[in-house]
Ligand binder design. Structure first.
Ligand code: PMP
Length: 445
């Protein structure tokens, strides 16, 4: 590509980004009703009120499509995988080395996990069909919860049908007006959505900056009844970890609850895969709400909360996302239970994941790439500095048989655009070296 063409593309992409920013601002602006709120009787203004095409969300999708066209990249989203996706995957009949999923311990295709899920289907069918409180339970759902509670050294545990819905319904129902929810600036969307649903005041603090949290609470704590601090065990965009002991000390000093989302840290951190508490040597009961997803190392689909008996009693009887939603499908509960058994019996998988993650980090840094604050556990970003470069590098890697997800603006700031590599314990050493060497060649290093 000539320099002129490259410049033209960048300018066009910038113009589209500005357009996207404007549409997003419009979408988030509060609706101010006109003074005389008469509904237009006929015509375009009336039709617009009931057309999806006129919604700002649709315009955002259109602009993102135009951005793909302008950057001349085939959309990397919604790719169809034709088998189990792990360290490798098949897309369009072609084998790829794969860095675009959370099957961190390779358990989603493990023979024992598959056999356990199949046996649960044979025994209980494919669906729990209704809420557990009204329609009853299957032993495998409780078995999973007991095992997770023991793994977390907690009184009890409750499982939900989605990790995202777990955060939304748990945060949304435990807290309310008069309370304060403070979360890390990079907290997952489900934490933010839960906080918004709760009606509590929501504030964020600079990513991983416990001193900023401390200062924020020193200023605001007395204005609220209950306070929740929500952090993650391993951040999926940057691959870094919080200093858990500091957060525990702060939550104790300010009389707050502490919730830790272990979506990316359970089965990843600590020698036994017990997550951030093992990594930081903090006792389980120092954290009030342990949250995790079943979809990543645990090879299923769903979410869970582990904690005190009082907490789990409230959620099992009152959390709308549990009460008014179907019970976890027995096959998924069985898959996650078997995956948890494998994790406990085979900590060498966790050690292997750590080794591969560190190898990726060291080799990527050695090749001169910016890996940000990644600690080298399962998630390593390569920050490209522009959406255009992220798209071009991801496309070039795909052509060379390597599948990795580019992260563009607006998911991150334009200068923080990146390729996000998720590492599995099943990646071979050579696959990682080959990937970094290929990327270095593409990047002209
Ligand atoms: N929390 C975090 C930190 C996540 O990254 C995710 C999803 N990747 C979720 C919650 C939601 O989990 P699930 O995809 O299992 O619904």
């Amino acid at each position: 590509m000539g320099l002129g063409e490259h410049l033209r593309q960048q300018l066009a992409a910038k113009a589209l980004q500005r357009q996207l920013e404007r549409v997003s601002e419009e979408a988030n602006a509060p609706f101010v009703p006109p003074r005389k709120a008469a509904l237009p009787a006929t015509g375009a203004a009336r039709n617009e009120l009931c057309s999806f095409e006129s919604m700002p969300g649709y315009q955002q999708v259109q602009i993102m499509r135009q951005m793909s066209d302008t950057l001349r990249v085939e959309s990397p989203f919604f790719r169809v995988h034709e088998g189990v996706a792990g360290a490798t995957t098949q897309i369009g009949g072609v084998q790829y080395i794969n860095y675009a999923n959370y099957n961190y311990l390779g358990l989603a295709g493990d023979a024992r996990v598959l056999a356990s899920a199949k046996a649960a289907i044979d025994r209980y069918g494919t669906s729990a069909s209704a809420s557990r409180i009204v329609a009853g339970e299957r032993p495998v759902q409780r078995d999973l919860e007991y095992k997770l509670a023991a793994f977390y050294e907690a009184d009890d545990c409750v499982a939900f049908v989605s990790g995202h819905a777990t955060n939304v319904t748990v945060i949304g129902s435990l807290f309310g007006p008069g309370d304060l929810i403070v979360h890390d600036a990079l907290a997952h969307n489900s934490i933010v959505q839960g906080a918004q649903l709760s009606g509590a005041k929501r504030l964020s603090f600079t990513h991983n900056d416990w001193s900023a949290l401390d200062a924020l609470l020193a200023r605001t704590r007395q204005d609220y009844r209950r306070v929740l601090i929500a952090i993650e065990g391993l951040y999926s965009m940057d691959g870094d970890v919080p200093d858990l002991a500091r957060f525990v000390e702060i939550k104790q000093r300010h009389a707050a609850f502490l919730m830790v989302d272990e979506a990316h840290s359970v089965g990843v951190l600590g020698t036994g895969g017990k997550g951030i508490r093992e990594h930081c040597n903090v006792p389980s009961n120092a954290v009030d709400i342990w949250m995790g997803t079943l979809s990543k190392t645990l090879a299923g689909c769903g979410g869970f909360i582990a904690g005190s008996q009082a907490l789990i009693d409230i959620l099992r009887h009152l959390a709308p996302g549990f009460l008014y939603s179907v019970g976890l499908a027995p096959a998924l509960a069985a898959a996650s239970l078997a995956a948890l058994d494998c994790l406990i019996a085979q900590p060498e998988r966790v050690a292997l994941l750590r080794e591969r993650g560190h190898q990726f980090l060291v080799e990527a840094r050695g090749a001169g790439f910016n890996t940000g604050t990644s600690a080298g556990y399962a998630v390593v970003p390569v920050i490209t500095g522009s959406s255009l470069k992220a798209a071009q590098w991801a496309n070039a890697l795909f052509e060379e048989g390597i599948n990795v997800q580019p992260i563009f603006y607006p998911a991150v700031e334009e200068k923080a655009a990146r390729l996000r590599f998720f590492i599995c314990s099943t990646h071979e050493r050579e696959q990682i070296s080959h990937t970094v060497a290929t990327l270095a060649r593409i990047a002209g290093r």
